[in-house]
Design a protein around this ligand. Structure first.
Ligand code: PHE
Length: 462
């Protein structure tokens, strides 16, 4: 074990960093809209069930594996997998996945930054035009926004674990909570806001179908940043005697609480502005909600509260989304960066330079998927649908490889690392863990039905 590995300075530092990773665009828009369309309170219950009974065990496995090996995913799998080919492939998948998802997430973050810039510049009326987004994605101003976002991320990551990731999380996460609460309070004072709260919370079990259940699991898995090697990497920055079990629980609770609270902002705002909204008509895509629907809502709001105030509310919203996205991006880019530092034995700044260049180039290509460059906009056509580079990243990595990575970590704990060793790792810092129900449950579930469920999800998408 290398003695020079960096560590978080405190448990709270880890929790805020991991929560920063987990709380992202998915929480602010994806979750509230999915819940409203799919049975409100009924969806919430199913989602919370998946967080506690499927995702938490995987989360503990990732964190435990990282802390035990003090390595990023590739070397972690290689070390405990005794360098066998099969486990090296698992480690490689857990390294390439965050790299590719970082590209897709980066595109969206750069757009959010662009919208934030526009609202701050007083151009809410422009971005609220129905045609704006289509023109925006094909505009070269993207490059300027991309440079700005890259600088911000590198500024955080170059500081390393304590002075970079941990310090930024300690500032950004409380700011995020505060902005979210302010927006919720503001939205709840609007007329007709309660209609949105009702749609959001009242359970309608008749909406629960197989695909809704599948969607809730995928949402919970993504939201907790599982399957991306992030928690293995952050786990490796955990000190020997820190309590993994409690930290994991707190991260899961925080992430779910933020998603839930975001629903109290998003839905009441929609219903206050458009009282006749039919939840079924809301778009499934977070992208079209953020970049088309919300600017229109803020613009409509200016009829009630005035243009200046509506612009401020819109700026706070885009700043909130930007902070949520940046802390997630930092965590995901840290995975290939730290793997590269480890494998090549290079400094953090060198690793960041290489990753920065690679991710920037791919982000530029993915961002031109919307028409600028025809060959990226239509890389392949399957089932009669033209697929852009952006679509391919989403289909292959988000939909398919993420559950596969979750499956592999379960099999790894069960058959290679062994459950006793896993328990021993989690007991450091929490000596009571072996006597708890959670321990019995985790060890049973991770070796039995969780991998089966993930295998079904994986085979289904393939
Ligand atoms: N948890 C994030 C979200 O809900 C997903 C994510 C995490 C994406 C880390 C990228 C990096 O948006």
């Amino acid at each position: 074990m290398s003695t020079s590995r960096e560590h978080f300075s405190s448990k709270i530092g880890f929790i805020l960093a991991a929560a920063g990773s987990a709380v992202g665009i998915g929480n602010l828009v994806g979750f509230p809209v999915a819940a409203t369309k799919n049975g409100g309170g009924a969806f919430l219950l199913i989602y919370a069930f998946f967080v506690a009974f499927i995702c938490l065990p995987i989360m503990l496995a990732e964190m435990g594996l990282g802390r035990r090996t003090q390595h990023s995913p590739y070397s972690a799998y290689a070390e405990l997998g005794q360098n066998t080919k099969r486990w090296r492939i698992a480690g490689w998948l857990a390294t390439i996945t965050p790299f590719m998802i970082a590209v897709f997430y980066m595109v969206i973050t750069v757009w959010i930054f662009g919208y934030l810039f526009q609202t701050l510049a007083g151009n809410l009326d422009a971005i609220a035009q129905p045609t704006y987004f289509g023109e925006f994605v094909n505009d070269y101003s993207f490059i300027a926004y991309l440079v700005a976002v890259t600088v911000i991320i590198n500024f955080i990551l170059v500081g390393g674990v304590r002075k970079g990731i941990e310090r930024a999380s300690k500032i950004l996460m409380p700011t995020l909570f505060l902005m979210l609460i302010l927006l919720v309070i503001f939205v709840l004072t609007l007329d007709n806001a309660m209609a949105g709260v009702k749609f959001y919370l009242i359970p309608d079990f008749s909406k629960i179908t197989g695909s809704v259940i599948n969607g809730a699991l995928a949402q919970a898995f993504f939201s907790l940043s599982l399957g991306m090697g992030i928690l293995i990497t952050y786990g490796s920055y955990f000190r020997r005697n820190d309590d993994i079990v409690n930290s994991g629980k707190l991260v899961a609770i925080t992430d779910t609480a933020v998603a839930f609270t975001a629903g109290l902002m998003t839905l009441p705002a929609i219903f206050a502005i458009y009282p006749e909204t039919n939840p079924e008509s809301l778009s499934d895509s977070s992208v079209s909600m953020i970049f088309s629907f919300f600017p229109q809502i803020f613009m409509q709001l200016s009829n009630t509260v005035g243009y200046g105030f509506a612009s401020v509310a819109a700026s706070v919203f885009f700043l909130l989304a930007f902070v949520a996205a940046i802390t997630s991006l930092v965590s995901i880019i840290e995975v290939p960066t730290s793997s590269f530092m480890e494998k090549r034995n290079v400094s953090r700044s060198k690793a960041l330079l290489v990753m920065g260049i690679a991710i920037t180039i791919l982000t530029l290509l993915a961002a031109t998927s919307f028409g600028l460059l025809p060959w990226v906009s239509n890389v392949v056509t399957y089932a009669g649908i033209d697929k852009s580079l952006f679509d391919i990243i989403v289909d292959v990595f988000y939909d398919t490889i993420l559950p596969l990575n979750g499956l592999l970590i379960c099999l790894f704990v069960r058959y290679r690392w062994k459950r006793e060793n896993f328990t021993a790792e989690l007991s450091k810092g929490n000596s009571n863990y072996p006597n708890t129900f959670l321990h019995k449950y985790v060890n049973f579930a991770i070796g039995t039905f969780i991998p089966v469920i993930l295998a079904i999800v994986f085979i289904n998408t393939v």
